[in-house]
Design a protein. Structure first.
Length: 266
């Protein structure tokens, strides 16, 4: 047996002894010091722990602080806006806000987006907050690309102003007062996608008195609608909560502009 083979056998035997000692329960001592072992199992466990460690990615959502300052509201929309505006006015008076309403009969996000009507009234009234109520004349649209284009044209005119978009009420199986021909084909969901859920008031499931057309609210129904809207606008569910305490008295509306279907806007 040559010297190289002897050396390899010696190294092999040394490795066998080291591994046997590492996995055995016996601890050898040199003086008062124990001979340290290499724990192969322990090393694997450490590596596994490092490899599988997942950082804490829990997102803490801070509660939104309510803006206590008086607002100058610009409330615009289609014919749905007018009945709501009468009760919106009472909230404005109660809470020290100003309210300017423009109800454009027969209008849509297409009308408001294609013209500069919204920008015109923003320049005229200098609002601190915009409330939009439009979409009832577009509920049956199936092309969501068209909805996206129209909505974004409206949003561009507001810039960085805080706003809320009131979605149109529609026919649902739980609302027998609505007319089936006004079926929402995804319009509300698309608006919510574009503006964000914290700036979209979903009216689809509103239970309120309706006019004979089954869509527009009666004046009594508008009270229910406005009360629900006000509660939501003052809650932490909105991006910009404002003070909307329940009015204790009624007063006739002011600053109301009515635009007819034939009007072309600005």
């Amino acid at each position: 047996m040559n010297s190289q083979i002897k050396t390899l056998l010696i190294l092999f035997n040394v490795c066998v002894v080291i591994i046997t000692y590492a996995i055995s329960p016996i601890n050898l001592m040199i003086g008062d010091e124990p001979v340290r072992k290499i724990s192969l199992v322990g090393q694997r466990e450490v590596n596994d722990t490092v490899a599988t460690e997942v950082p804490d990615t829990t997102v803490v959502i801070a509660k939104k602080e309510k803006d206590m300052s008086p607002q100058r509201f610009l409330f615009v929309g289609d014919s749905m806006a007018e009945p709501i505006a009468h009760y919106f006015w009472n909230y404005a008076v109660e809470n020290g806000h100003e309210l300017y309403t423009v109800s454009w009969y027969g209008s849509s996000s297409y009308s408001w987006g294609l013209t500069h009507t919204l920008q015109h009234y923003i320049n005229e009234y200098h609002p601190t907050f915009v409330v939009l109520c439009m979409g009832s004349n577009e509920l049956t649209i199936k092309d969501m690309n068209t909805v996206t284009r129209n909505v974004n044209r409206v949003l561009e005119q507001m810039g960085d102003l805080p706003f809320v978009w009131i979605g149109p009420p529609s026919y649902t199986k739980d609302n027998p007062h609505a007319v089936k021909r006004w079926i929402d084909n995804g319009y509300n969901d698309q608006i919510m996608t574009e503006v964000g859920a914290d700036r979209f008031f979903d009216s689809r499931d509103m239970q309120m008195d309706r006019a004979r057309d089954g869509l527009h609210p009666t004046m009594k129904g508008a009270v229910v609608w406005m009360d629900a809207l006000a509660e939501w606008m003052s809650s932490e569910w909105t991006r910009h909560p404002v003070v909307m305490n329940t009015p204790q008295q009624k007063s006739p509306i002011q600053n109301l502009t009515i635009m007819q279907v034939k009007d072309k806007g600005f």
